[in-house]
Every structure is written in structure tokens, then in C-alpha cells.
Design a protein around this ligand. Structure first.
Ligand code: C5P
Length: 299
């Protein structure tokens, strides 16, 4: 039996930094959606544990499980296996294949989405029956974005990313993801914030439609964008090129460098993609719809 999971790109439509904990981690208030662009993982029973990589960005990833800098998919496997064994369950050897389509260290969850997909997929392969809240708790020590990627649907994330409020009925969006293929360091961006106590998000209430969400998004911010732009000028370039298309909004996701344009229609989004591809064929340029690709089929 092979289990497949889709690891959706995570997009912070808005990200406000509202405080800082004593341990240095920052408190966030973020509206997050997940795209139909992402990585694909497969989990198959095997004689020995293993990991193979493919895809545009596969070659840039480590294949070991070192506590610092190791592959997050393998660290998630090991964390879940430890929980399984503690509960008296078998967690047999598994071969994992990761098709890495998302750029690495790019503000759209890449590693966290892959690790979250590993928790979901191995929970099924090993028939552990763990619920989403338990998978989120196992994932959090591996990264603050892990819990939201376990959920992989529209939500508001608070705390350092562990306090999640799921948004039912959030409208699907047409987004263009653009990354100039520069890696930025998340801790460095956080350290360069000019203020760590910014106002929280103001979101529309129950029953809000697309126009209400867009109005509140336009009024919101990504507080990590100004420090990221001053550290990496290519991000400013991406944002101004997106703003010169038909985008309703151009903004950076997470700590960058991936930015997104938000469009009224898929046709406008594709037109913008073609324009930017002509200007910068070397960039990562990916039209996407947010909503739900749930490729959780068991073959
Ligand atoms: O948790 P994750 O490994 O993604 O975080 C990487 C680094 O980003 C942390 O070590 C911390 O310096 C910074 N960070 C933060 N506040 C958050 C998330 C990350 O300061 N909420």
C-alpha cells in the first residue's frame, strides 16, 4: 500500500507581529491560506527507511535527519515514530519520495508543509489514528508553521503559530506566487523588525464575502516585508512588478522571499504570469488557486 499526500504552499495573506515571548519567538496574527501548488509525497512500506527526491528544487535538500539543518520530513517521521512506539504501536520502515516543486526557505511553508504531510501520511500508513490536534502538537517543536500546515485550509494563526482558528466558507482566491530565487533567513528578518508590538489584524465578521475580505486584506500588512525588502532588494523588485499587473494586492508571504499578487480572475492571474515570465524567465512564477486540493488518495 502506498499513501500519497499533497503539501500545499502556505500563503500568509497578512501577517502582523504583535509581540515577543520571553524565549525570543514572536507573537503573530496571520491570515493564512493554502494553494493548489505544492510538493507531492509518497510513503511506501520498505525493508529499510529511505528518502528519495525529485522535482525542480529536490537537489537542494538534505537527506539526513540531523536536529539542525536535517530534512524536516525525516525529523517528522522520527517524531511520529517515537509517539507511535510510546503508544505500543508498530511504525515499520518506510520509503518516502518527495517531489519538491516549491522553492526552499521561501516563506510559503515548503519544509513545514512537507513535514506536516509526512505526519498526515505516516499517521495513515501506520494506522495510528491520531487526530489533527495531536499531529499539530507533535509538529510544533519542528517549526512554528507546522500546525497550520497540518490543517492546510484557510485559518487565522495566533501565538507563534500554534493557536489556530479555522475559517469555514473562506472564498477561493487566484494568486500568482513569485520568488526571485533568493533565500532569506527567517531569524534575521525577525531581528530587523523596527517594531515588535504592532496592532492586530482587523478581519470581517461572520458571512463576509470576497469584497469584504479583500478590503480588510488591503488594509492589513505583512510586518516582515519592510525588513525583508531592505535586506533583499530583489523582493522590492518583485513587489513592484506584481503591482504593475492587474493585481488587487501585491504582498510578501511569511519572511519571504516569495510574494503574491491577488487577482479577480484566473485569466488576469495567467496574464500576469506570462508578463513576469517574459521579464524574468529564471524566477519561480506559479499561478495558483487557494482552496482545497485534497490529494489524500490511498493507492
Ligand atoms: O519555528 P521555525 O523553525 O520556523 O522558526 C525559525 C526561526 O524564526 C526561529 O528560530 C525564530 O528565530 C524565528 N521565529 C520567530 N517567531 C515565530 C516564528 C519564527 O521569532 N513566530
Amino acid at each position: 500500500m502506498t499513501v500519497s499526500e499533497f503539501a500545499s504552499a502556505k500563503i500568509n495573506l497578512a501577517l502582523h507581529v504583535t509581540g515577543q515571548r520571553d524565549d525570543g519567538y514572536h507573537l503573530l496574527d496571520s491570515l493564512v491560506v493554502f494553494a493548489d501548488a505544492g510538493d507531492r509525497l509518497q510513503f511506501s512500506p520498505a525493508a529499510d527507511d529511505g528518502l528519495t527526491l525529485s522535482g525542480r528544487f529536490g537537489a537542494s535538500l538534505p537527506v539526513d535527519a540531523a536536529p539542525k539543518g536535517g530534512n524536516l520530513v525525516l525529523r517528522a517521521r522520527d517524531a511520529l515514530r517515537a509517539v507511535a512506539i510510546a503508544r505500543g504501536k508498530a511504525a515499520s520502515a518506510v520509503h518516502i519520495h518527495l517531489e519538491k516543486n516549491l522553492p526552499v526557505a521561501s516563506g510559503i511553508g515548503g519544509g513545514s508543509a512537507d513535514a506536516a504531510a509526512a505526519l498526515r501520511g505516516l499517521n495513515r500508513l501506520w494506522d495510528l489514528g491520531l487526530d489533527a490536534a495531536t499531529l499539530c502538537a507533535i509538529g510544533l517543536p519542528l517549526g512554528a508553521d507546522l500546525p497550520m500546515c497540518v490543517e492546510s485550509r484557510p485559518l487565522v494563526a495566533r501565538g507563534i503559530g500554534e493557536d489556530l482558528r479555522l475559517l469555514s466558507g473562506f472564498p477561493p482566491l487566484h494568486l500568482l506566487l513569485v520568488n526571485p530565487l533568493v533565500e532569506v533567513s527567517t531569524p534575521v528578518i525577525f531581528r530587523n523588525l523596527s517594531s515588535k508590538t504592532n496592532p492586530p489584524l482587523v478581519l470581517p465578521g461572520e458571512g463576509a464575502g470576497l469584497a469584504d475580505w479583500i478590503a480588510s486584506l488591503v488594509a492589513a500588512r505583512n510586518d516582515l516585508q519592510p525588513p525583508a525588502c531592505s535586506i533583499e532588494p530583489k523582493i522590492t523588485d518583485v513587489l513592484s512588478r506584481l503591482a504593475a499587473t492587474e493585481a488587487l494586492l501585491a504582498r510578501m508571504s511569511g519572511s519571504g522571499a516569495t510574494c503574491f499578487g491577488l487577482y479577480r480572475t484566473a485569466a488576469e492571474c495567467l496574464r500576469a504570469a506570462r508578463k513576469l515570465e517574459a521579464e524574468h524567465p529564471e524566477w519561480y512564477i506559479q499561478p495558483a488557486t487557494t482552496g482545497s486540493e485534497t490529494d489524500d488518495g490511498t493507492n
